[in-house]
Design a protein. Sequence first.
Lengths: 293, 274
Amino acid sequence: SLTQKLSQAMKTLRGQSKLTEANLEAVLREVRMALLEADVHVSVARTFLQRVKEKALGAEVMQGLNPAQAFIDIVHRELVEIMGGQAPEHPITFASKPPTVVMMVGLQGAGKTTTCGKLAVFLKKLGRSPLLVPADVYRPAAIEQLHVVAREAGVPSFRTDVKDPVAICAAALAEAKLKGWDTVILDTAGRLHLDEGLMEELVRIKAATSPDEIFFVADAMTGQDAVRSATAFHEKLGITGVVLTKTDGDTRGGAAFSIKQATGQPLKFVGEGEKLEDFQRFHPDRMAQRILG
Amino acid sequence: LLGLRRLDEDQMEELEDLLLQADLGVRAVDQLMARLRFELRGGSEIDPKAVLKDELLKQLRQRPARPFVASGTQVVLLVGVNGVGKTTTLGKLAAHLKARGEGVLVVAGDTFRAAAIDQLERWGERAGVPVIRNQMGGDPAAIAFDGATSAQAKGTPWVLIDTAGRLHTKDHLMKELDKIHRSLQKVIPDAPHRVLLVLDATTGQNGLQQAEVFARTAGVTDLVLTKLDGSAKGGVVVPILDRLKLPIAFVGVGEGVDDLIPFEAEAFVDGLLD
Ligand SMILES: Nc1nc2c(ncn2[C@@H]2O[C@H](COP(=O)(O)OP(=O)(O)OP(=O)(O)O)[C@@H](O)[C@H]2O)c(=O)[nH]1
Ligand SMILES: Nc1nc2c(ncn2[C@@H]2O[C@H](COP(=O)(O)OP(=O)(O)OP(=O)(O)O)[C@@H](O)[C@H]2O)c(=O)[nH]1
Ligand SMILES: [Mg+2]
Ligand SMILES: [Mg+2]
């Protein structure tokens, strides 16, 4: 574990009353290694370590009985702080005038369609009445999948013969206003941030529906690419939050830290299983513990 | 002279960053950088990227892929964690084999996820091959048995079996794969002849855990690396190959039926170092 590795590194620093730039290098190297093995982006790790170094330098860390633990506490605290601190805010900003529109975006296979169902169940528990909208016209049986998910969630889903995703979303919004559903959840097709045409499609869906939330859905096992894809989606659309999926595996989840750092947007939810109830508010302290291993 | 030495260190860091950002992982990158520093000690004119390319090609060519050749009835099982591209890869492979003039039977082994069977049936239509299925919630081992039996009876050369996505940390789901194996063996003792572990190129170091567990419990014979048309480099296959010595059969480069190509080591390494 990182505590054990740091204890080893710190044995060589015993008898020194203060942490100095020189004696800190070995310790920082261990932390850097842990972060990189956890899939934290190279540049994000670099910036973070600089910040930790500043906090630790001159600290009285070395006076205590367990300098390794004290150092880890600094690292852990900083990580939690960056990933959302106390995260007291409500995860969804509801529109003053209904319906609230939530748009799900992300790379192929990240878990958007499943997350739409999970969010619907979550909102139903809060007394809201969501409408799910299948706007993925490309993937075979994607629309069917969304309807099945909606049925399992016990919420309505929008049905239409319209084939254009932008028109589907606009029509669904009009339907929601008419029929009184207070939350509209748009399931979009997975796409590469490199695909200009499909990224433009998202811009048009946004223009047609003025979403109150645009959630970037990301797979927790994503590696270094997390910064590239999240940044691209953010620059194009202005995402307002992130959902991290498949956290029920054993991936360390460094992508969470990378995405938060790269976009500055809040990590709102985690998907922790395939069932619709496997959905929770994001907890920065739990994620930090996992990343540090 | 000192100025030149300083530039080299910045260049070394740049190269190390490039390799780390390709998801090669700390261990593999440390080894590559050590090899590079050794080569540079000689002081002679060395192209660092050429050294790295040479080392990476050596590692990636250890286990060349075995071509897919029809012989009796060959059973191919697609496995992997959720959302990596198993169903899509199966569809592309079915189309490719059919286009070669060889008979294919597709088996709907994902009886769990919403509309999984519908998705596979659409791919079957697209590829022009039959899909055998039961209802949702059915036992995947049972449909695998039916598929192998039917193919053997008709002399169909290829049986491609789709399975549900599953995280390698879920023991009961990994055990289900074992049950599918035993079910197939009742029909064809050597089946499955191929077990393709599908990996997403955006995956980080967890790819190594996935490969280790699936290799140990599902008898993986080949890897397929998908979504290489994105910006992710898929470098995690380097430590996977180093540890497990598995061949990479195909690479997925898009969502269309033709977007499955044979793994080509040099093109892949050029992509890593780009
Ligand atoms: N274990 C686990 N699986 C998940 C989670 N979220 C989604 N999945 C699974 O991941 C796979 C992909 O989910 P989808 O909802 O189809 O993903 P998507 O982003 O809509 O995919 P595309 O529309 O093709 O881009 C499915 O097998 C889901 O059941 C999660 O939190 N944990
Ligand atoms: N860009 C790109 N997308 C791909 C590739 N392979 C698959 N996809 C997409 O990835 C998403 C998931 O593909 P699936 O075939 O449903 O993945 P799966 O592993 O069967 O998913 P589960 O059965 O839910 O575990 C779909 O949107 C596919 O179109 C690829 O090589 N490139
Ligand atoms: Mg989807
Ligand atoms: Mg599938």
